[in-house]
Design a protein around this ligand. Structure first.
Ligand code: GLP
Length: 259
């Protein structure tokens, strides 16, 4: 696991956006795994800027998002479909039909989850998976005690996750209780994973992910099993790491290239 510690959130975001751009330049037909949440908004803004500058194209890429709320149709203002259209899809050059999310309004959500998993397999799995981090250690919507080999399925959201995401809804009681999420096993099949976490609220989960025991209590700790993971943190999110000096010695300034 590569742990890159940046001096502030803006530099952490630049780093992640730069890694995504570099991958697309190298492999324009990449299958991207995309994430939502407040942290990703700045990453997508950087990708849009890079696209406008002519540095990157999504014209030959495809994407699968991690998750969607059960019960929200794609045009619902709080759906992740809507989030992705507003923050990325409508503003870069993905071809029509190349960007997929689970359908939150599918009549049979369990069948939809299985269909989505099969679509990821049929695409040859994810090339580069982008992840945020829940304050309770979730990735996608894989809440604590998720099976570490789980596939795309329905998960019940914890009260803390619903509270953390309530800011995106008009009323806290509007946050759905269920979501369709890629499983931890689905995520672990990606060729490469980049996780971004910023701010003091993520410090405990980041330490559990990087240094804690491999445990379903912190779903993100499953990334310890993956061969190619880069975790990008700002100073605040890195503040609880016991081996912080070591990571900073290996990657001074959070430079991905240094060994
Ligand atoms: C949601 C998403 C996760 C994301 C998390 C963190 O729960 N399902 O994929 O990592 O939010 O969001 P934020 O960046 O807003 O802290």
């Amino acid at each position: 696991m590569k742990v890159l510690i940046k001096s502030d959130a803006a530099r952490a975001v630049d780093c992640v956006a730069g890694l995504i751009v570099a991958r697309l330049q190298r492999l324009p037909t990449s299958v991207l795994g995309l994430a939502t949440g407040g942290t990703m908004e700045a990453v997508y803004a950087r990708l849009i800027a890079a696209h406008r500058e002519g540095a990157v194209s999504f014209a030959r890429a495809r994407s699968f998002n991690l998750d969607e709320y059960v019960g929200l149709a794609p045009d619902h203002p709080c759906s992740y479909w809507r989030y992705m259209r507003e923050h990325l899809f409508d503003r870069v050059d993905f071809p029509p039909g190349a960007t997929l999310l689970p359908r939150g309004d599918a009549p049979d959500p369990e069948a939809e989850a299985q269909r989505y998993e099969a679509a990821i397999v049929a695409a040859g799995d994810i090339g580069l998976q982008l992840l945020g981090l829940g304050t309770n250690g979730h990735i996608g919507f894989n809440e604590p005690t998720s099976s570490l080999s789980s596939l795309t399925r329905i998960k019940t959201l914890t009260r803390s996750t619903r509270a953390a995401n309530a800011r995106f809804f008009d009323r806290p009681e509007d946050v759905p209780r269920l979501a369709i999420t890629m499983g931890i096993g689905t995520i672990l099949r990606a060729q490469e994973v980049i996780l971004l976490a910023c701010g003091p609220a993520k410090a405990e989960a980041a330490a559990a992910l990087i240094e804690g025991p491999l445990a379903a209590a912190c779903p993100a700790s499953a990334l310890q099993l993956h061969r190619k993971v880069t975790v990008v943190l700002d100073q605040a999110a890195a503040s609880r790491l016991a081996l912080r000096d070591y990571y900073e010695e290996v990657h001074p300034g959070g430079d991905a290239a240094s060994i």
